[in-house]
Design a protein around this ligand. Structure first.
Ligand code: TMP
Length: 201
């Protein structure tokens, strides 16, 4: 299978992380499972700042996500792709466009260009959008692990996020695969696995 950069996006509690682990175990080739924010030592520190600290203004929040992404792409993702591996990444640039753009109201064209800067132009080969009603997703998060700083935003914020993801998926149908995340974990894993197998031939 050729090296692929595959991202998983969607509102909170959509089941991305569980699916990534199950698909990684099934692929049978070298796979890097990673996430944003939070990969590597630098990423872990930035994740703590982003998700556990009290108040952050939207601009500070944005720059921390971008700092994490730039470091992640240059020091972790690109070397793995160059070594021929498949990279499965839980959230990436689309989360910035959607959470900071549709959610926080920052300028979307600026965010697109900031993402290009942070990724040095790296774009995923496939992006799976796990679509879910935020009321269902947030209930799952609360039951599982308790909410982080962004989970605690009001429901309207999460509804804008969901609509934002659906809108950007419509703009790039060749990259996005939209999945109904209310399906069972097995059904989701099968769909993701089959799509990757097809794409990687
Ligand atoms: P998660 O890894 O548990 O999904 O938490 C990450 C949170 O950070 C989630 O609420 C989405 C949010 N986020 C952004 O707001 N912008 C970003 O660029 C990224 C990667 C995540």
């Amino acid at each position: 299978m050729k090296p692929l950069f595959i991202t998983f996006e969607g509102p909170e509690g959509a089941g991305k992380s569980t699916c990534i682990l199950s698909v990684a175990a099934r692929l049978g080739v070298p796979v890097l499972v990673t996430r944003e924010p939070g990969a590597g030592e630098f990423g872990r520190k930035v994740r703590t700042l982003l998700l556990e600290e009290g108040e952050l203004c939207p601009e500070t929040e944005l720059m921390l996500f971008l700092a994490d992404r730039a470091n992640h792409v240059q020091n972790i993702i690109r070397p793995k792709l160059a070594a021929g591996e498949i990279v499965l990444c839980d959230r990436h640039a689309d989360s910035t466009l959607v959470y900071q753009g549709y959610g926080r109201g920052l300028d979307k064209e600026f965010l697109r260009s900031a993402n290009r800067f942070a990724t040095q132009g790296l774009v995923p080969d496939i992006t799976f959008l796990f679509d879910i009603d935020p009321e269902i997703g947030l209930r799952r998060v609360a039951a599982r692990s308790g909410a982080n700083r962004l989970d605690r935003e009001p429901l309207e914020f999460h509804q804008r996020v969901r609509q934002g993801f659906l809108e950007i998926a419509r703009l790039e149908p060749e990259r996005f695969v939209v999945l109904d995340a209310t399906q069972s974990p097995v059904e989701l894993s099968d769909q993701v696995f089959d799509t990757i197998q097809q794409f990687g031939k």
